[in-house]
Design a protein around this ligand. Structure first.
Ligand code: FES
Ligand code: FES
Length: 278
């Protein structure tokens, strides 16, 4: 029998199990005390968590604490990491240095350590494209990219595309073409689309390119669909996305295919709805 539980009466959840010195230290590191400590211990006991799990919890907590690296400073986590790596990145034009666990992916470093939450976590396994950002101008899936491999590299996220109040042409085209609904996939779609244009300018062929020997790739709608196929949109905003990318690629502003209803139209629709409901 676990001697740490001696003296704990059945039903005496308030006190919880006695702790070893190591467990005491871990909970101190987590900053869990008082009533929160009793609740945590109750849940840990109910979940059968041992010292190892508590240790992992403490480390996770430390690794993901919201420590923001300001330009020129080193963002160190509150407790030493086991596999700490120092990386310096140029993110959206600013140099940031931070210490990360060697297993931290770029997506988590951006969202949890640098508060750049524009980049979205969808599947977290390289399937949806929601986490797409640019590294040295090329698109990467930040959920599959270790932050530790990017020392000295330049990262551009959706927050870095606009110049002050002036939207990037791709952002403006997405708005003009109504190329999103919930918007969750949109940062990844836009970063992907920006990189796609650069790939075409470099003459990089895709699976549907008919003449791979030609220097410049003219982007047909099929080319755009193929090249954007790694970015999924559960709202099905694909026609607007293709139109937006085509507009920026061609440089010809396409006519907007939608408009806001005017007050008379809104009133008419509401009347018709009310009549149907009767
Ligand atoms: Fe990275 Fe889905 S979150 S591909
Ligand atoms: Fe909703 Fe794409 S706009 S997922």
């Amino acid at each position: 029998m676990d001697d740490r539980r001696e003296g704990t009466e059945p039903g005496c959840a308030e006190e919880g199990p006695a702790l070893s010195p190591d467990e005491e230290r871990l909970l101190d590191e987590l900053g869990i005390s008082g009533a929160a400590r009793r609740l945590f211990l109750g849940q840990a006991a109910a979940g059968g968590l041992g010292l190892l799990a508590l240790a992992m919890l403490a480390k996770e907590e430390a690794a993901f604490a919201a420590v923001v690296a300001s330009p020129g400073s080193v963002a160190a986590p509150p407790v030493p990491l086991e596999n700490a790596v120092r990386v310096t990145l140029k993110i959206n034009g600013a140099t940031r240095t931070l210490e990360v666990d060697s297993r931290t992916v770029l997506l988590d470093a951006l969202r949890e350590r640098l508060e750049l939450t524009g980049t979205k976590k969808g599947c977290d396994q390289g399937q949806c494209g929601a986490c797409t950002v640019l590294v040295d101008g090329r698109r990467v899936l930040s959920c599959l990219t270790l932050a530790a491999t990017l020392d000295g590299r330049e990262v551009t996220t959706i927050e870095g595309l606009a110049k002050g109040d002036q939207l990037h042409p791709m952002q403006a085209a997405f708005i003009r073409h109504d190329a999103f609904q919930c918007g969750y996939c949109t940062p990844g779609q836009i970063c992907s689309a920006v990189a796609l244009l650069a790939e075409a300018r470099r003459g990089e062929a895709s699976h549907v390119t008919e003449d791979v020997s030609s220097g410049t790739t003219r982007l047909t709608d099929d080319e755009i669909r193929e090249r954007m196929s790694g970015n999924l949109c559960r709202c099905g905003a694909y026609p607007g996305i293709v139109a937006a990318v085509q507009e920026v690629h061609s440089g010809k502003q396409a006519a907007r295919t939608w408009r806001y209803a005017d007050p008379q139209e809104l009133a008419r629709v509401r009347r018709e709805d009310a009549d149907e409901a009767v």
